[in-house]
Write a protein that binds this ligand. Structure first.
Ligand code: ZN
Length: 245
């Protein structure tokens, strides 16, 4: 159809009242079906970008559902660029979720039983056994035959150098992330090597402006989750599954 707004235009401005979002999340039966969205709901007054960034931030709570794992400082979602279907509806498809965590399909038993000196430590500790959220999504999509090319990623933090290269290699078209800082923005390095590399390879690199409302939203979601499970981190952790998501 001609005359329909481009995905970027759709994503960065509040949708006009005449346009209704059709939001599709990964199916429960699919490879991302074990992830929870903790009551996240579409905010009709927010842009598509803001809605999906908030979803990416809330998805981080899934880190607490992985047993014996306490890291998980980042999370991400992968979405298709929004597409106007007709005069009244916009298709918004979220394809995948990811958290910083150990990989689901790692041969964990073998890893834990490894006795080889100088190797065993590689399998211990969050810093050694986790895969970053962006890589989790790319890896699981590769495993399941889900295309990544052209996809948009919403990420809690700026992708690290390794994830940046992997996102470019997989053909991601756009990454949007929240900068550091919970109460106030922390300055972001402009023209980092990640940004320069991304832009040189036609992957849009978007640092979302700091938003107190967004921080308050995520805090409230977190409080509600803790309340539901007994207000204490141990109680939340006790709900964790023995299997990675
Ligand atoms: Zn990374």
């Amino acid at each position: 159809m001609s005359g329909l707004p481009c995905p970027l235009r759709l994503a960065t401005r509040p949708l006009p009242a005449s346009l209704k979002p059709v939001v599709r999340l990964p199916p429960r039966t699919g490879p991302f079906g074990a992830f929870d969205t903790f009551g996240w709901r579409w905010g009709p007054n927010l842009t598509i970008d803001e809605n999906l960034l908030r979803l990416a931030l809330v998805v981080r709570f899934n880190c607490l559902r992985v047993a014996n794992y306490t890291s998980g400082r980042c999370s991400a979602i992968m979405a298709r660029p929004p597409r106007q279907l007709n005069e009244t509806h916009v298709d918004i498809e979220v394809v995948g979720f990811g958290i910083n965590a150990p990989p689901r399909f790692a041969p964990r038993r073998v890893a834990h039983e490894t006795k080889v000196p100088g190797v065993r430590h590689f399998f211990q500790g969050a810093a050694n056994n986790e895969i970053h959220s962006e890589m989790q999504i790319i890896g699981r999509c590769a495993r399941e035959g889900i295309p990544v090319r052209g996809a948009w990623f919403y990420i809690a933090l700026a992708p690290c150098w390794d994830c940046c290269k992997a996102l470019v290699a997989a053909g991601a078209a756009r990454v949007l992330f929240k900068g550091r800082g919970r109460r106030a923005p922390k300055p972001m390095k402009a023209n980092s090597r990640e940004q320069l590399f991304a832009e040189a390879n036609d992957m849009a690199w978007v640092h979302a402006d700091f938003s107190e409302e967004r921080e308050a939203y995520v805090d409230a979601m977190w409080d509600a989750y803790k309340q539901e499970l007994g207000l204490d981190r141990a109680a939340v952790k006790a709900q964790a599954s023995a299997e990675p998501l």
